[in-house]
Ligand binder design. Structure first.
Ligand code: PLP
Length: 439
């Protein structure tokens, strides 16, 4: 057996950060930030000189990798030319990105409200749905994440919502299409939603879903699920909101998760890959019917930094990069390869319960008992703290040069879209070493 590595001493930056900056979603006593000093392509380097393949695109957001020069240049140019104007002025990039989003989003989605995060994109979607329909309630699902502020955490279903409970009145949770871990069949869960909407009477403004669930474990519904969900929502005069914050911008090998199922939502929320993480930017895009409604009704919403010139410049350059470098097609091709390689992990490691996903959006769910599908003690009803088995798998993969995020017994694989097959191979070797720990 090899000797355990001695713990790495925190450097001065890490100690200062630890003292003065809150860590997210954690007991502060457990926060242990690592300084990153360089990032390039699909890799990043920490202050102790270690280099990692970024197999989760940081928080499933660095879709362009860390060397998107077109975006970096657009940001630098915009900061110098017009660093900021109030939202009632515009810039070349804002108009351009609005038009680009109308082009790349499906169907009749045509007009966008810009904000600064996925959370705010969801908040805007909720307000728009309520103003448009005149109804207040929203149905969302348990295994979902939609943001951290009061409205968006209230529609979030996972345990991160618990600290904000009971949340905003009128937020109702439905079951999920989670064939591996739920007692309900995915399509049966839909009929349950149909019945819920009937029993709620005509009071529900919208049904909000991640087309492919992200941080709650990469849950891909059956092909018929999303089209039927749209039908159910519309039968009850409710809108369908697709939260594409994580599943958008090539992650699935299509522009958006809902494109995988040929569904056009009434409202779409975006962030993360929208700028490839080069700037914070959120977007809420609506159909022309919804947009037209606000010609004569007050769109009672806004932020100082709605459509911040530098952020939208990054967004416009990012969309150009996806297009000109054919990154969506590339993600689809390498995504198939990634699917094969992650499936092999399932064959080699008894602690892998299921591998699933689409394109470069893959989950590896761990289990202590593949027959009974018993999870490793990490619970879906509590925010996990301390070090879990899946954390140990991630830590060992990191010791072998690959960063992979995890949540609720599942490794979340979502690398930058430009990743190559040989970089996938390198990362899979590290995951092999990591999964030896849970076997
Ligand atoms: N919606 C989804 C599907 C997400 O995955 C996230 C973040 O992970 C959010 C919304 C919130 O986005 P942000 O963290 O940018 O506020």
């Amino acid at each position: 057996m090899s000797e355990p590595e001695p713990p790495v001493e925190a450097n001065a930056v890490e100690r200062t950060d630890r003292e003065h900056v809150f860590g997210t979603w954690s007991y502060q006593s457990e926060v242990d930030p690592t300084q990153v000093v360089d990032a390039s392509g699909v890799r990043f380097t920490t202050a102790d000189g270690n280099e990692y393949i970024d197999f989760s695109g940081q928080l499933m957001c660095s879709n362009l990798g860390h060397s998107a020069d077109r975006v970096a240049d657009a940001v630098a140019e915009q900061v110098r030319d017009v660093p900021f104007v109030a939202p009632n002025y515009t810039t070349d990039a804002r108009a351009k990105l609005g038009e680009q989003l109308a082009e790349i989003t499906p169907g009749d989605l045509s007009k966008t409200f810009f904000s600064t995060s996925g959370t705010e994109a969801v908040e805007a979607a909720l307000k728009i749905a309520r103003l448009y329909t005149g109804k207040q309630k929203v149905v969302s699902r348990y295994r979902s994440y939609h943001g951290a502020t009061h409205g968006s955490i209230s529609v979030t279903g996972d345990p991160r919502r618990l600290a904000a409970e009971p949340g905003v009145p009128g937020t109702i949770k439905a079951p999920d299409p989670y064939a591996y871990g739920s007692t309900l069949d995915p399509m049966e869960s839909l009929e349950y939603i149909d019945e819920m909407l009937m029993l709620e009477g005509d009071t529900v403004a919208a049904v909000l879903v991640e087309p492919i669930v992200g941080s709650n474990g990469i849950l891909v519904p059956p092909d018929e699920y999303l089209p039927r969900l749209k039908e159910i929502a519309h039968d009850h005069d409710a809108l369908l909101i697709c939260d594409e914050v994580m599943s958008g911008f090539g992650r699935t090998g299509e522009w958006f998760g809902c494109d995988v199922f040929d569904v056009e939502p009434d409202i779409m929320t975006m962030a993360k890959g929208l700028t490839g993480a080069y700037q914070p930017l959120g977007a809420t895009t609506v159909t022309s019917a919804i947009a037209d409604h606000f010609e004569d009704e007050l769109f009672c919403h806004g932020h100082t930094y709605a459509g911040h010139p530098v952020a939208v410049a990054a967004g416009a350059a990012a969309v150009e990069t996806y297009r000109e470098e054919n990154l969506i097609e590339h993600a689809s091709e390498v995504g198939d390869y990634l699917g094969e390689r992650t499936a092999e992990l399932g064959e080699r490691h008894p602690s892998v319960g299921e591998t699933r996903g689409v394109g470069l959006f893959r989950g590896i769910e761990l289990t202590r008992d593949p027959e009974k599908r018993v999870p490793f003690g990490e619970r879906a009803d509590k925010v996990s703290t301390g070090t879990t088995v899946v954390d140990e798998v991630s830590a060992t993969a990191a010791d072998h040069g690959t960063y992979v995020a995890n949540m609720i017994n599942t490794l979340i694989v979502a690398p930058p879209l430009p990743i190559t097959e040989s970089e996938v191979d390198e990362a899979i070797d590290a995951l092999d070493a990591g999964l030896d720990v849970s076997d």
